[in-house]
Design a binder for this molecule. Structure first.
Ligand code: APR
Ligand code: ZN
Length: 235
């Protein structure tokens, strides 16, 4: 995958469209039948016949050049996500900085889960220097509130969520570097799009128990990152 050009990566997930529909490309807002709004360098060679593609699973259509521009804006990991319906092509990865994820069972029950013990996850990420995949490469990033402790019920569904979170960690999808919506601090380690419960016996922040929908919500958020039960059977 590493040796592929962005255009080769994008083309792997596309089918040819001979007659583009009378619709706009929702990336550049220009007609699919006309040229892409993105005319980046090195794109001169794309002929009209190949200028629109249909994503193979979801069927959404875009200018090829628009998808290439979108891919180049991301972390170029060989995966592509449909901007309309979020279908993921390939394996999505994130830009979580290096660190450690550990977990163990503690012999206490969470509010709302009286019949089982509790899994405690401990994330630790030290501050560092941003890489090319981060918003300000070469600039330092801070890391506040680490180690961060999170809790799951030690039930069948809680253990499934843990397994999927371990996959998410390996794919660098649990944290990101950016601006904290809580503190407003820029260039800092922040939670990515998968919610965690950081309170054990109380719910003062809204990130505690009881919350009967939490595990299903997390499974849905993991699915949006391309992580499902099949991933732990495979990995
Ligand atoms: N616990 C769990 N999740 C949280 C918390 C929290 N205390 N605060 C915010 N979130 C969720 C938000 O609901 C949002 O979905 O994290 C997501 C990103 O929010 P940011 O405020 O940008 O994230 P971050 O700065 O990483 O978190 C703020 O969370 O765990 C604590 O110590 C951490 O004080 C920090 C706080
Ligand atoms: Zn789509």
């Amino acid at each position: 995958r590493k040796g592929r050009t962005p255009e080769e990566v994008v083309r792997r997930y596309l089918q040819k469209v001979r007659n583009p529909p009378e619709e706009d490309c929702t990336i550049c807002m220009e007609a699919l039948a006309g040229p892409s709004g993105y005319k980046g360098p090195g794109m001169g060679g794309i002929s009209r016949a190949e200028s629109v593609g249909r994503l193979s699973q979801c069927g959404h259509q875009y200018h090829l050049q628009c998808l290439v521009a979108m891919y180049n804006n991301g972390n170029k990991d060989g995966s592509l996500q449909c901007p309309t319906c979020k279908t993921i092509y390939g394996v999505k990865t994130g830009n979580q900085p290096p660190g450690k994820m550990e977990y163990h069972v503690i012999p206490h029950s969470l509010p709302g889960h009286p019949d089982c013990k509790t899994i405690r996850i401990i994330y630790n990420i030290p501050p560092g220097i941003q890489g090319p995949e981060h918003p300000n490469p070469g600039k330092p990033f801070t890391a506040r509130g680490f180690p961060r402790h999170c809790y799951l019920p030690d039930s069948d569904k809680g253990r499934l969520v843990l397994k999927l979170l371990l996959v998410a960690w390996d794919r660098r999808l649990i944290f990101s570097v950016g601006t904290s919506s809580t503190t407003g601090e820029t260039d800092t380690v922040i939670w990515n799009e998968v919610h965690h419960k950081t309170e054990f016996g109380s719910n003062l922040t809204g990130h505690g128990y009881p919350d009967s929908g939490h595990l299903d919500n997390v499974l849905e958020e993991l699915r949006a990152q391309g992580i499902t039960e099949e991933d732990c059977l495979r990995d």
